[in-house]
Ligand binder design. Structure first.
Ligand code: P6P
Length: 328
């Protein structure tokens, strides 16, 4: 008689088994499961590269400057290539916007595919050379009408799903749909993401605040008051890698802020493929995300690389920041 409760015979569900078991939630979004499988497959390849970066000779910069005016790391290019190819091969993506690509990429022959993808393939790649966690961030929209570059300029509230991968002490994929937020840990012994954090909700309270305090003098007076309030009652944690700081906030509670400042009046982070996907995830988990003046998910980008200030995490803390900013 085979035991059915032992971890051997009843291991965690793999992502694939989860997608099959949760087929009802994808019934209205046929093909999204294929997109998620494609992203997970590319993430496993990127994880392999990240773990061996210095040995595989993929550390360091390429010498190129991207559309953002940032130095391109080798992993940026590899991540872009792997994710673009995986999304193309899924056959479910009509167009995509990517931090490393200047314009929207319309997928040839897939004009009628059901979804759009917006993503930052490797966020924080400058950290890879010093073994600091990095991440990939995705937002997914249902295609409506004839696809064009303007089709992707949608408010984050219209996303049907969002996800990120964090390549840290473990590699995790966190997936949010309108039903739940679920975390999958890469089990490298079987090469599968397995369900390790079912039904993630943002813990109450605000143990941590996460901001680059070096910019304090560059913030408006209202933001300085808000951060001073957080400083008085929270511990500071700042990795300097967005997905890592967000992942800690999601699992442990707290608030992350990348405010606008005198040098970066629109903030640094991008609305479409960084703030909006993370805002979708945090709101599904019970938190909030704001530019400081408006809800991130209500903001429609004017351009795919538009930047925004980002205040995200515990709803009460986010509201306090908004109140301070409003008093400016
Ligand atoms: P700063 C990494 O370069 C990044 O884009 C995010 O991952 C991170 O949150 C932010 O920049 C850190 O920026 O100005 O604090 O170094």
């Amino acid at each position: 008689m085979v035991e059915t409760s032992s971890p051997v015979t009843q291991p965690h569900s793999t992502l694939d088994e989860f997608l099959i078991a949760e087929r009802d939630r994808f019934r209205e979004l046929p093909g999204l499961d294929d997109v998620l499988r494609a992203v997970a497959g590319a993430a496993e390849r990127i994880n392999h590269l990240v773990r061996r970066a210095s040995l595989a000779g993929v550390l360091g910069a390429t010498g190129e400057i991207n559309v953002q005016g940032e130095v391109v790391q080798q992993l940026d290019n590899l991540g872009t290539e792997l994710f673009v190819e995986a999304l193309r091969r899924s056959g479910r993506i009509a167009a995509l916007a990517c931090e490393e690509l200047g314009d929207v990429l319309l997928i040839e022959g897939a004009e009628d595919a059901p979804f759009f993808a917006v993503f930052d393939p490797i966020d924080g790649s400058s950290n890879i050379d010093v073994a600091v966690p990095i991440g990939s961030i995705f937002g997914f929209y249902a295609r409506s009408g004839k696809v064009s570059p303007e089709s992707l300029l949608r408010p984050g509230s219209e996303q049907v799903a969002a996800a990120y991968i964090v390549y840290g002490s473990c590699t995790m994929l966190v997936l949010a749909t309108k039903e739940s937020v679920d975390g999958f840990t890469l089990d490298e012994t079987i090469g599968e993401f397995v369900l390790s954090h079912p039904g993630i909700t943002l813990p109450a309270g605000c143990p941590y605040y996460s901001v680059n305090e070096a910019y304090q003098d560059r913030w408006d007076a209202g933001m300085q008051r808000a951060i001073a309030e957080l400083r008085s009652r929270c511990s500071l944690r700042y990795v300097g890698s967005l997905v890592s700081d967000f992942h800690r906030t999601l699992l442990k509670g707290g608030i992350f802020a990348y405010p606008a400042d005198k040098k970066q009046p629109q903030g640094k982070l991008r609305l479409l493929y960084e703030a909006s996907p993370l805002a979708f995830i945090i709101e599904q988990a019970g938190g909030a995300a704001s530019s400081g003046r408006e809800r991130i998910l209500a903001m429609t980008p004017d351009a795919i690389h538009q930047r925004t200030p980002l205040i995200i995490g515990d709803s009460e803390a986010v509201a306090m920041v908004e109140q301070c900013v409003a008093q400016d």
